[in-house]
Structure formats: C-alpha cells, structure tokens
Design a protein around this ligand. Sequence first.
Ligand code: UFG
Length: 323
Amino acid sequence: MKVFVTGGAGYIGSICVEELLNADHQVTVFDNLSEGHRVAVDERAQFIEGCLSDRETILNAVAADQPEAVMHFAAFAQVGESMTDPSKYFRNNVANGINLLDAAVEAGVKKFIFSSTAATYGMPDTVPITEQEPQKPINPYGESKLMFETLLKWYHELHGLEFVAFRYFNAAGCSEKLGEERTVETHLIPNVLRVALGQAKQCRIFGTDYPTPDGTCIRDYIHIIDLAQAHILALKPGKCGFYNLGNGEGYSVREVIETCRQVSGNPIPAIEEARRDGDPARLIAGSQKAIDELGWKPRYATLEQIVDSAWRWHSAHPNGYSG
Ligand code: UFG
C-alpha cells in the first residue's frame, strides 16, 4: 500500500517506516525534524520536511501523495514537559493533528493509524489493563492523546474514516540500523545503557517504596519491531478501533537494570532517589484484542531480547545519529 507517515524520522516512526518498506509498502515521510533525525529516514522512502501546524502544506502534501493510509506518529511525548507546558502539547498533539485528519478526509484516505498511549489510562484500577478500562489521564500528554482518540471516533462516524489507534505501553529496543536518540532522554532503558557505555557514572531509580515486590515501578516493555508489525496488520481493510500494545508481562525498574547488566556485561551502578511525579506503580497491558482481531504475534517478547537489541544499537552508535 501507499502509506503517508508523519513523524517518520523519530524513534518509533522511523522503525515503522523501515518495517513497512521491508514488507514492500511504499512510504512518504512527513517530519519537521524537531525531534527526528533525517538520517533515520530509510533511503527507500520519499521525504518531505514540513510541519503539521502549516495547514496548507499538509493539505497539499497529502493531496499530492494520494496515499491509501496515513500513519500518524508525529507528537510531543514527554510527560514531565507536558505538566509545565501544556499548551505545547495541546497545540501540537491535538490542533496540528486536526490539519492532518482534514487532509486525510479531503484526499479520500481509507485508513488512519494513530500512536496513542497507555498514558490515556492514568492510574488504572486493575492490571492487566484492557481497552475497556476507564481512561482518566493524569497529565496533558495523556489527555492530548485521548482528545485525539475522541476526534478519530467522530471522524469515523461523520466522515467514514476507518482508524486504528494503538495504545502503546513501554516501547523499547532497536532495529539493526535504527535506534533511540532524543534531545532530552527520560526513558529508563536508554538511560541505563548510557552508564554501560561509560557516558554516565550511575543510573537512577525513581522511587523504591511502591507497592510492588521490590518497591520499584513495574512496566510492560514492547519491542519496537513487534509494535511496527501491529501497524502493518492494521492496514488490512475492515480493521477499526482501539488496541493496547504490550506483552502482558511486567518488569520492575530493578529487573530492567539487572537485565541491562547481564546483557552488557557492565556492573552499572544505580542510586535510589525519590519517586518521579505522576508514575503509576504498575502498568501492564492486556493485548488479547490485538492478538485475536489483528492476528498480532509478538516475536521479541522477552526483556532480554528487547534490551539486547537496544544494547547492540547503542554500542554500535555511542554518539547516536550524530556519530
Ligand atoms: N525510571 C527510573 N530511572 C530513569 C528513568 C525512568 O527509575 O532514569 C523509571 C520511571 O520512574 C518509571 C519506569 O522507569 O517507573 C519507566 O519510565 P520511562 O520513562 O522509561 O517510561 P514511562 O513508563 O514513564 O512512560 C512510557 C512512555 C509514555 C507512555 C508510557 C506508557 O514514555 O509515553 O510509557 O506505559 F505513556
């Protein structure tokens, strides 16, 4: 299929583009390079540098490209920043996204695939979290993604736009060629691996008094290639709705650090610090819906596989894409 991908120069978008091309789809990437990297865009893809805030540009780009599907990864995604600058999140993740939705409708796009997040659930009452769990975001980032989910429902109802919105749990890992590099890195695995590379003295454990077996937060890590595969399955006509993407297995912060030690062979010193604001104790996905309805089969479901792929990329690219 012909697929138009926003945010295709970012971490998740670039690896989805690579997987789309490996599956013989045709891809146009639209990215403003505010967080993404031009070198992360697969050479087989067409590249347009542009910003979703520029309504004419995006309307024209989609109209000219005539894609059958749009995958929308472009967004700001730092929970902490969203608490201090909510306007940035609502403008980019919601208002600018409306320009893209309108462009898709005007161009007669058949399928819209959206990167949503487990952050739309807030502090869930039960785990594993199914798609029926009430969505009560606790930060503007999660709220902005939930608002866009609501827009999708209305565009589906009123314009017939078929959509799949994936609520990602903790996307992690790398492909052979493409990895994770952000201006400000807040995520656990890349920060821990920086210590293994000798780029930081110690990693930090945020909170050791959570109601979990070892006192640290539990998360459900999903390999980026498995996540990309779900997007490809969602292209099939008739697939429409909201889907969690995770492995249904939780790992604590201490377990992640221990796995990084084993995989890298480095002792990785860790210091214990106070809780980080807004971290739920435990987030584990119920992803049976994606398995049953999309035929999704995660191939790299263990934490070792996920960390190993990240370690291979980070050790081959110690300076990220600038190296
Ligand atoms: N953590 C540390 N030390 C660090 C970094 C993180 O202890 O240096 C802890 C966090 O406090 C948290 C866990 O590791 O308990 C995972 O933190 P991440 O920052 O890697 O990921 P989050 O779970 O906070 O958030 C990620 C995405 C969100 C998404 C969420 C859904 O960044 O966009 O997963 O599960 F909403």
